[in-house]
Design a protein around this ligand. Structure first.
Ligand code: UD1
Ligand code: CA
Length: 496
């Protein structure tokens, strides 16, 4: 099938330098949602990809599409058609006409209606496909709204069949009371569409070529018109302003929360979670308020996430406890591990089972084996840490010499005393103990105590006594101030 995405409009009400279709919902540009759905509908085998009609901000939108296709080859199939002047939705579709395959139906989508599901669109395509052969139907996605203000209304005959779509600005007061609205999304027989688009006239309140006028033409030509509605109202909501974008974001997040709960996840408040990507959860996962999940995150069964955590592109095992305000990015966390509060796992942090990472501990590009602990105020970077290691408070791996990064290896059963610096590259042998305050610049042998601090001494000593200053007479103080002022005046004059 042909898929055309209309995305040339200005989006004035956004009051933004960014074209409207590039505004983000759950961290992803609106247009990308529509493209993802379009590509999944067309399938990998399809030779043609979606056609995006660009106009306002065309350079930015094309740049965005180019970057997308570099990141993901699926998007390489997307092409654009330029609508240099925005003269309405019918005029926009006209610009893509030469690219359409007349043997296939055409699905029209909107760049500012991001959340229409694949299921809903498949249903719509089936409706249009109902009669095989020359008499393909026109399928229209409509929606019943308690407040239909601003939308085109679906006008039906007494027998219930669709007669026309009337835009708000052209509607009579009787038509304005119609609650069934045009979502804008439709499937049309392409051959007839060509004819209809060329016959459009801009004789309406907005002086635009309305795509919606093809409905009355289809009725006249005896083309059957069928309608269906989306499962969820948010699927057909368009974004014109920032408050609509925020409202759609909440609706989208609430839908994700509902799906998570249906899959066996406990949320302490379904209105206070944000998933900006995909979140996979095992059963009995618990998520407290204010957490943000970005990219691809998976939490295995029984894992508990405390309040206000940010977790991005990470895999957490079973029965993990992440305490409040922890930040986990590009990390792997083994079963039964305990993270935070206030912990930071950075890309390449790879923790085995039952690892404890406590408050103000940062781990980057490091493997930590089972049953090891760094519970307070430490930095573990570019390291390999064995099992049953205890990293004391304030321990720092000095991995960076200002130019290059170096590795620290800490073998099994090591005990590192508090406030130790391990100047990499360096190795701590199995079972070694490092005394508190050690600055380790050479490898520490296994099973020995290594200490590098100065020996403690105690001396007889007299603490200095504060000298008492003589009180200064009041008059003298006043004089001093006067003298100072005079000096200031002089220098100012001198400057002139
Ligand atoms: C349109 C429909 C209306 C429907 C509503 C649903 C028409 C005439 N009206 O109205 O019946 O209820 O959508 O949201 O079709 N665009 C272009 N070029 C243009 C004009 C628009 O590409 O010259 C694109 C916009 O970028 C946008 C889409 O078409 O993605 C819809 O345009 P918009 O101006 O928002 O139409 P509405 O007035 O909302
Ligand atoms: Ca709109």
């Amino acid at each position: 099938m042909n898929i055309v995405i209309l995305a040339a409009g200005q989006g004035k009400r956004m009051k933004s330098a960014l074209p409207k279709v590039l505004q983000t919902l759950a961290g992803k540009p609106l247009l990308q949602y529509v493209l993802d759905t379009a590509l999944s509908l067309q399938g990998k085998q399809s030779k043609t990809g979606p056609i995006v009609v660009v106009g306002h901000g065309a350079v930015d939108v094309k740049d965005f599409l180019l970057n997308l296709s570099k990141e993901d080859s699926r998007f390489a199939k997307v092409t654009t058609a330029l609508q240099a002047e925005q003269k309405g939705t019918g005029h926009a579709l006209l610009q893509a006409l030469s690219k359409l395959d007349v043997q296939e139906p055409t699905l029209v989508l909107y760049g500012d209606v991001p959340l229409t599901s694949k299921d809903t669109l498949s249903k719509l395509l089936k409706l249009a496909d109902g009669v095989r052969g020359q008499d393909a139907a026109l399928a229209l996605l409509t929606q019943n709204l308690t407040n239909p203000t601003g939308y085109g209304r679906i006008v039906r005959d007494t027998d219930g069949s669709v007669a026309a779509i009337v835009e708000e600005k052209d509607a009579t007061s009787a038509q304005k009371s119609i609650q069934e609205i045009n979502t804008g999304i439709m499937v049309l027989p392409t051959n007839a569409l060509k004819r209809w688009l060329k016959a459009l006239r801009a004789s309406n309140a907005q002086g635009e070529y309305y795509l919606t006028d093809v409905i009355a033409m289809a009725v006249k030509d005896g083309v059957p018109i069928r309608t269906t509605q989306a499962t969820h109202e948010f699927e057909t909501v368009g974004v014109n302003s920032r408050d609509q974008l925020a409202a759609l974001e909440r609706a989208h997040q609430l839908h994700i929360a509902t799906q998570l709960m249906a899959a066996g996840v406990s949320l302490s408040d379904p209105a206070r979670i944000d998933v900006r990507g995909t979140l996979e959860c095992g059963t009995d996962v618990f998520i407290d308020v204010g957490c943000i999940f970005e990219g691809d995150v998976s939490l295995a069964a029984g894992t508990k996430i405390g309040p206000y955590c940010v977790i991005r592109n990470s895999v957490l095992g079973k029965d993990v406890i992440v305490n409040a305000y922890s930040h986990i990015d590009g990390a792997k966390v083994g079963n039964q591990s305990i993270i935070g509060p206030y912990a930071r796992l950075r890309p390449g942090a790879d923790l085995a089972n039952d690892v404890h990472i406590g408050n103000f501990v940062e781990v980057k590009n490091s493997k930590i084996a089972a049953n090891s602990k760094a519970n307070h105020l430490a930095y573990v970077g570019d390291s390999i840490v064995g099992s049953r290691v205890n990293i004391g408070a304030g321990t720092i791996t000095c991995n960076y010499d200002g130019v290059n990064k170096h590795q620290t290896i800490i073998e099994d059963d090591v005990f590192i005393g508090s406030d130790t610096q391990l100047v990499a590259p360096v190795r701590v042998g199995r079972g070694a103990t490092l005394g508190a305050g050690t600055t380790l610049t050479k490898d520490a042998p296994a099973n020995q105590l290594t200490v590098s601090r100065a020996r403690q001494v105690s001396l007889q000593w007299q603490r200095p006594v504060k000298q008492v200053k003589k009180p200064v007479a009041k008059k003298a103080v006043a004089k001093k101030v006067l003298v100072k002022k005079a000096v200031v005046k002089k220098t100012v004059k001198g400057k002139k």
